[in-house]
Design a protein around this ligand. Sequence first.
Ligand code: SF4
Length: 268
Amino acid sequence: MSHLLSKSKYIRGLQCDRALWLDVFNPRLARYTAEQMRRFDRGRDFEYAFKATFPDGIDLSAELKRNVDAYPVRTAELLDGIHTPSPLRGTPPNLGGELKGVAAVDEHYLGSSPKLGEGDRREAEVEECETITLFEAGFLYDDVLVLADVVQQREDGTLDIYEVKSGTTLSETYRRDAALQHYVISHCRKINTFSIVYANPGGGFIKEELSTALQEQHGEIEKNIAAMKDILRHGEPATPTGQHCLEPYACPYQHYCAQGVRQMSLFG
Ligand code: SF4
């Protein structure tokens, strides 16, 4: 694997050293409650609703699935216009499963192959790339891989980025998550705007552009990443349980750490 940290691991690491270590080396121990799983599903539905407002978006997850190392490579190809046009352009998010993907591939090639020679096709591809919208575009820097919800490349090559969150307020965790993405992506490409999109309680979306505030956090993020890499160079930290196990998220390793506490009280 080409990366060590991801957005979720970084956020976990901000909450607890030990949870970060377990996420990297023993993630099978994680246990999520039914309510947590429902919350993930609600978040995913909200994200898909926002993505559906970009009908020409290319969903990289439909094409690359769990092959995470391929995301930054494919993203660079698409943004640099050196790609074969994605057969999944315009595939509705959440519908990019096996059968939908295959159907879209067939439609694309059946529609264009007989009419275009190689030279014509190449020109059409490059033209098509002047502006492009990607879902789950991948960027890798400093051993951190981030997948951005929606990335729009403008005609001047700069990016408008949207990070989608289903909450109705802009929480500190959302800002930290966005700041990590801004840090990684800005070392790969020039960012024009970076917005967090969240739920309007009355319906619809609220977009808040935060580039300047996120830029100011780069120094802190660099230090956090270095500290997390150091944690991962050593054995499992013996972090004691406490209030941090519940905030900002209920840690999925609580049952595991509670066993350790029980053993210590039995033998202590
Ligand atoms: S239960 Fe608490 S101590 Fe254990 S990994 Fe989670 S946050 Fe850390």
